[in-house]
Structure formats: C-alpha cells, structure tokens
Design a protein around this ligand. Structure first.
Ligand SMILES: [Zn+2]
Length: 80
C-alpha cells in the first residue's frame, strides 16, 4: 500500500471527495457501488464486486434468488 499523494479533510457529514484523477484511474463513476474494507488501522475503498454467500469468492459469481453464489459452490451443490 502506498500514499496516493492526496490529503483531504472529512466534512461534517463524514464525506471525503475522491480526486477526479483517482476516480478516473480506478474507473469509479457516479453511482458506482464502493465497498469499505478495514485492515488494522487502514480503511480501504474498493469497487464493489459481489461475493459468494458460501465461500466469499469473487470469481464467477452469479445471482440466484437475490443471493450471490460462485460457480464452484453451484457445482458442489449439484454433486459435481
Ligand atoms: Zn462459493
């Protein structure tokens, strides 16, 4: 992890503006979901990608009855 070279102040509502250059670089557009992760004393922002409800994988995840399930778990459920 390295500094992005940007310091911003948190406003009274807890908001921080991400610089346009970072939004462009990481392809974050208005309305895109962003997940907030924590690691020790660090707060990490990631573009949201759904995780499998069973194994937390982000690979080959599909939606079934408003839940996300990966292809590997689907195969396991079918005994394959
Ligand atoms: Zn899974």
């Amino acid at each position: 992890m390295k500094p992005a070279g940007v310091v911003r102040k948190v406003d009274q509502l807890g908001r921080i503006v991400l610089p346009k250059s970072l939004r462009k670089r990481y392809q974050m557009n208005e309305g895109d979901p962003v997940e907030i992760l924590v690691q020790g004393d660090h707060i990490i922002l990631e573009r949201y990608r759904p995780r499998c409800v069973f194994c937390s994988s982000m690979e080959s995840v599909g939606e079934f009855k408003e839940r996300y399930v990966c292809a590997t778990c689907v195969k396991e459920m079918h005994g394959l």
